[in-house]
Design a protein around this ligand. Structure first.
Ligand code: ATP
Ligand code: MG
Ligand code: MG
Length: 348
């Protein structure tokens, strides 16, 4: 069997490792932090930093293909890894999704609708952007934001200074506030041969900036569902993408607006573990290993719910419930705001 290297040892790396093992692959995790969740299920773990050239080289030489569970891998590390071993999804997808300005420019260039946006470098450019885009608006750091971190809301122009101070000098973009009725995401996969398969769109509810639930089927008219899937396929094809991608969308009366893309398996795709014969993790492993994509047809209705921090107290009770599939990440320490587990509640 082939050997698959995974950059990042969090819960996504863990669930990728499980899927890979099920298909007979050997997995090797690369993770700077000690005792990563993925380390408990992978065949091998390298604990080393992303600037450790010797460790990166040894890792790349120990596997046949490299994939990743997060998008903020330093460019120099990618250069080194790629000189020894192919990386899927490819560099272009990473470049685009690492920076919100590059990402939105790329998406708009495909003819897709995004929130109005502007590059912010200082207070003058922010004031000019507010004049053009209006308020309410959201200021976001261009890089490294997740779970709503690195964002500041502007109710009116008077919030400009405070919002900019929240960015702590980091490059930012201003986005016009999208008045959406709800949020959905498409988990899409593309194989090495260019075949594309999309999972049924899920409807996402956030709490305190963190994904709370994903429900399938999402509330979408048939034409909207087709739109969502076609635009996701468009994005993957444009990037000559290989693997699974999460595409976050806002549903508005004017149509679907693309919020952001993630070049990896996605929290809003966890429902597929109990709603499809082949879930997003297996689909990703199949794609990066050069296999044909599997059957991602949805066979059940599912509500996925994240268990964050003290939500873990609910596990004993949930374990007794029918039609609930629990997925625990094996994290030793419970911390507030930390994703500890999720469960899928199935109905037919
Ligand atoms: P993730 O954890 O999904 O990576 P993130 O930190 O990258 O999140 P976004 O997805 O850009 O941040 O924003 C988080 C949430 O904030 C969105 O799901 C949406 O609810 C809200 N939001 C973001 N941008 C806008 C916008 N332009 N208009 C309205 N709401 C927005
Ligand atoms: Mg994001
Ligand atoms: Mg998001």
């Amino acid at each position: 069997g082939a050997r698959i290297g995974i950059l990042g040892g969090g819960q996504l790396g863990r669930m990728l490792s499980v899927a890979a093992a099920r298909l007979g692959f050997v997995t090797h995790i690369y993770e700077p932090g000690a005792n990563p969740p993925a380390g408990q299920v992978a065949d091998r773990v390298t604990t080393a930093a992303y600037d450790d050239a010797a460790a990166l080289k040894a890792f790349a030489e120990s596997v046949d293909v490299i994939t990743y569970e997060f998008e903020n891998i330093p460019t120099e590390a990618l250069d080194l890894l790629e000189s020894h071993c192919p990386i899927h999804p490819g560099r272009e997808a990473l470049r685009i999704s690492q920076d919100r300005l590059t990402e939105k420019t790329f998406l708009a260039g495909l003819g897709l609708k995004t929130a109005p946006f502007a590059d912010i470098t200082d207070l003058d450019s922010l004031k000019a952007a507010i004049d053009k885009i209006g308020t309410p608006a959201i200021l976001k750091t261009r890089r490294f934001g997740y779970d709503g971190k690195g964002q500041a809301r502007l109710r009116g122009p008077e919030d400009a200074e405070a919002a900019l101070a929240d960015m702590a000098g980091a490059p930012a973009i201003l986005e016009g506030y999208v008045n959406f009725s709800h949020e959905v995401s498409v988990i899409a996969a593309r194989g090495i041969d260019g075949q594309v398969a999309c999972f049924d769109p899920g409807e996402n509810v956030h709490r305190d900036g963190i994904l709370h639930t994903t429900t399938v089927p999402a509330r979408l008219a048939p034409a909207q569902r087709t739109d969502a899937v076609l635009l996701a396929a468009n994005i993957l094809n444009a990037l000559d993408y290989v693997g699974v991608m999460g595409v976050e969308l806002f549903v508005t009366p004017q149509g679907l607006i693309v919020n952001e893309v993630a070049p990896r398996v996605h929290n809003s795709g966890h429902w597929t573990q109990n709603g499809c014969a082949v879930d997003q993790f297996e689909q990703h492993i199949r794609a990066v290993a050069g296999w044909p994509l599997g059957d991602g047809q949805r066979h059940s209705n599912v509500v996925m719910e994240n268990l964050i921090g003290d939500d873990m107290d609910r596990v004993p009770e949930l374990a007794r419930e029918r039609d609930v599939a629990l997925h625990l990440y094996g994290k030793a320490e419970v911390k507030s705001g930390r994703k500890m587990a999720h469960f899928n509640r199935i109905s037919r």
